[in-house]
Design a protein around this ligand. Structure first.
Ligand code: ADP
Length: 445
């Protein structure tokens, strides 16, 4: 039995659930990026610092030793495999650890080391002689809170006296009891319940407050208000740390409510570029020829991995089904999967268990995975008006500094409209997209 190919008519301008591109929430995107990356994005971009007091000396550290951490904590940092602080860490950490405590707003793209920075600050501020929560960290979702908690657990593995409590769904405490752990990592609703409604801990005794993924936080209905309500119950002297991957006016307005007198640190984003990418297009008559092209490409991938982008999840699952049936090991990532399933798909792909990952746009930014050498556009990216989506093209294909080594992009063209998109993209970036004969896929190596 053959699997019928999806029929997406070229003139189709209306999109329904099956054919539309997938939308996933900012929180899910952020989590996927954390999972697929698991390595530091190294950047040479400059740090921009705005300080409240222009006379205050700002210094940065080149080593973790220079931070004068507790030895057991330093040992934990090294055990994580961190040899030297990242760009954002070298600037942020001295301030985060300084006495008297300083408030901070820090912004840099995900993967640059923000979490590790504030977790280190959180751990080093704990006074283990006091058996109540002193450090509070808010994350937008359950999964992101767990990610942060795992970093904290690893970093503090030689400090077993530091205790951490998750305030997330599924965690229950009996009425009338008190939390004795030093650090609470949780989501706003649960923290508000535990701190204000049930008084399981005293918000007025918190001395370090971390608001992580602020841009994701404000994208979630109700979270911003909850954060502000929590913030109002904190003592004046509480050190405020505010982190965000982006720097839009809404984020900064939010930051201003939460953080007074901050030191503001921004790490400029490393631009993606197509400079070291060889771009090709292959002419196909129909979707079956596209499939043949894919199998030819699959045959020549000897090193590295490939990601194939489809416009709809219908096409993605059709392609995955057909390839699997033909004996190829492929992974598929789509919005249909649960969070756990997505994590496991990405973990397996990163570990190299599958050579090919088929996905829709859920992963457009974040394919900075070193092993990925070939990106295939099974469908060219387009917006709702069926115009070329050059930005998404760049996110799919482009590479930043660290991953600046060469890569290959292949666009499968099966209609005049697709050819038009391809030309538009070529013109937009001023970079040639070369013709590749479908029969000669091994030319690409
Ligand atoms: P962000 O919070 O900005 O997204 P993370 O703190 O999660 O960034 O760090 C991204 C990745 O880099 C993580 O896998 C983390 O373990 C790693 N990492 C962080 N700091 C360092 C460092 N100084 N040296 C090496 N790897 C690091």
């Amino acid at each position: 039995t053959s699997i019928p190919a999806p029929t997406v008519k070229d003139g189709d301008s209306k999109s329904d659930d099956d054919t539309s591109e997938e939308q996933i929430s900012p929180a899910e995107k952020s989590l996927l990026q954390k999972i697929i990356r698991k390595g530091l994005v190294e950047t040479t971009k400059d740090i921009e610092i705005q300080r409240q007091d222009p006379n205050s000396p700002l210094y940065s550290v080149k080593t973790f030793d220079a931070l004068r951490l507790k030895p057991a904590l330093l040992k934990g940092v090294y055990a994580l495999g961190f040899n030297a602080p990242s760009r954002i860490q070298e600037t942020a950490l001295p301030t985060l650890l300084a006495d008297p405590p300083q408030n901070m707003i820090a912004q840099s793209q995900s993967g640059t080391g923000k979490t590790a920075a504030f977790v280190l600050a959180m751990l080093s501020r704990v006074d283990v002689t006091k058996e109540y929560p002193q450090v509070l960290c808010l994350s937008p979702t359950y999964e992101l809170a767990i990610q942060t908690g795992e970093v904290a657990a690893k970093m503090s593995r030689f400090c077993p006296e530091i205790k951490i409590k998750y305030a997330v769904r599924g965690e229950e405490i009996s009425r009338g009891s008190k939390i004795s752990e030093h650090i609470i990592i949780g989501t706003p609703g649960k923290v508000l319940d535990w701190g204000q409604k049930f008084k399981f801990f005293d918000l007025s005794k918190i001395s370090v407050f971390v608001l992580d993924e602020a841009d994701v936080m404000i994208a979630t209905q109700g979270h911003q208000d909850q954060c502000i309500r929590i913030h109002k119950l904190l003592p004046r002297a509480c050190q405020m740390m505010f982190f965000s991957a982006t720097y839009e006016p809404e984020v900064m307005n939010f930051a201003e409510i939460i953080v007074s007198n901050p030191l503001i640190i921004r790490l400029l984003r490393e631009e993606e570029s197509l400079d070291n990418i060889k771009q090709y297009y292959i002419r196909c008559k129909n979707v079956d020829e596209k499939y043949t092209a894919i199998t030819n490409i699959y045959g020549v991938i000897t090193i590295g991995q490939a990601i194939i982008f489809c416009h709809t999840k219908k096409t993605a699952s059709w392609l995955a089904g057909k390839m699997t049936k033909d004996g190829h090991a492929v992974a598929i990532l789509s919005g249909d999967l649960t969070v756990e399933q997505r994590i496991s798909v990405l973990d397996r792909f990163r570990a190299g268990l599958e050579k090919v990952l088929i996905t829709t746009n859920v992963l457009a930014r974040g394919i900075d995975v070193e092993q990925v050498t070939i990106v295939v556009n099974f469908d060219l990216p387009m917006d709702q008006n069926r115009q070329a989506d050059c930005e998404t093209y760049l996110h799919r294909i482009g590479r930043t500094g660290r991953f600046g080594k060469s890569g290959i992009a292949i666009n499968l063209i099966d209609s005049d409209h697709a050819m038009e998109l391809c030309r538009t993209i070529e013109k937009h970036f001023g970079k040639k997209i070369h013709y590749l004969d479908a029969e000669d896929a091994d030319e690409i190596e």
